[in-house]
Design a protein around this ligand. Structure first.
Ligand SMILES: CC(C)(COP(=O)(O)OP(=O)(O)OC[C@H]1O[C@@H](n2cnc3c(N)ncnc32)[C@H](O)[C@@H]1OP(=O)(O)O)[C@@H](O)C(=O)NCCC(=O)NCCS
Length: 199
């Protein structure tokens, strides 16, 4: 039964459909991992854009890893990231895919969260051909209204130049930066991997 929310129509709650997922590798190990994650986000949710031309879904089976990895490996914040790392990041996140109702994936964001106290928003993008139509604002409104992301004490994100987007959804500069610390390794995706073990 469709229900209305301020960010569009929540059209349906679907169960995880892992077998048609482009995220699933043809190995039992990968299928098992995806099933585990789907179990934490059941049912997945879907919102229809007020104009009817776009959908946002949290169904991992709908995500197009080619589009997501293709964008992220060229982005300023994750240049060179491998497909495998993107896949693992998605599997550990509440991921939001945005799709043209008559086409493919046009946007993405993911939230790393315990669904109780804190959430970190990451990897927000809209494909170039669909920008300037308010889609990132709609995606943000869907994300901040997600039922699993209510009552959190803190949301975090990093951005180089999109502060004005996130400010519209209550994000501010850190009020007390001296109280937050980080371990940052910006070259981790481009450095040759260190082999494990061995003598
Ligand atoms: C940033 C991005 C997601 C915006 O998507 P979009 O659908 O074109 O944006 P919208 O049409 O919903 O409008 C974005 C709003 O944020 C504002 N804004 C602030 N900083 C912005 C920025 N760096 N880029 C785009 N919009 C920005 C716009 O002015 C607009 O507000 P307004 O309508 O009140 O004027 C898109 O340009 C993108 O994917 N960029 C590349 C990836 C990126 O930088 N992602 C953010 C990483 S933190």
């Amino acid at each position: 039964m469709p229900t209305q929310s301020s960010c569009g129509t929540l059209v349906e709650a679907t169960s995880c459909q892992r077998d048609r997922s482009p995220l699933v590798d043809p190995t039992e190990g990968s299928r098992y991992r995806l099933a585990m994650v789907c179990g934490t986000d059941t049912p997945s949710r879907e919102w229809l854009h007020p104009g009817g031309q776009y959908v946002v879904s949290t169904d991992p089976a709908r995500l197009d890893l080619d589009v997501i990895h293709g964008f992220l490996r060229e982005s300023y914040w994750s240049t060179g990231i491998t497909r495998e790392v993107v896949q693992r990041a998605i599997l550990g996140s509440l991921a939001f895919g945005m799709y043209a109702t008559n086409g493919g994936q046009v946007g993405f964001a993911r939230v790393i969260t315990d669904r109780a106290t804190v959430a970190h928003l990451a990897d927000v993008f809209v494909v170039p051909s669909e920008r300037g139509r308010g889609l990132s604002k709609w995606l943000m409104s869907v994300i901040v209204e997600h039922p699993d992301l209510q009552g959190l004490r803190r949301w975090l994100l990093g951005t180089r130049d999109a502060h004005g987007l996130y400010a519209q959804f209550g994000f501010t500069p850190l009020k007390a930066p001296e109280r937050l610390m980080e371990r940052h390794d910006p070259d981790v995706y481009t450095r040759p991997p260190v082999p494990h073990g061995g003598s």
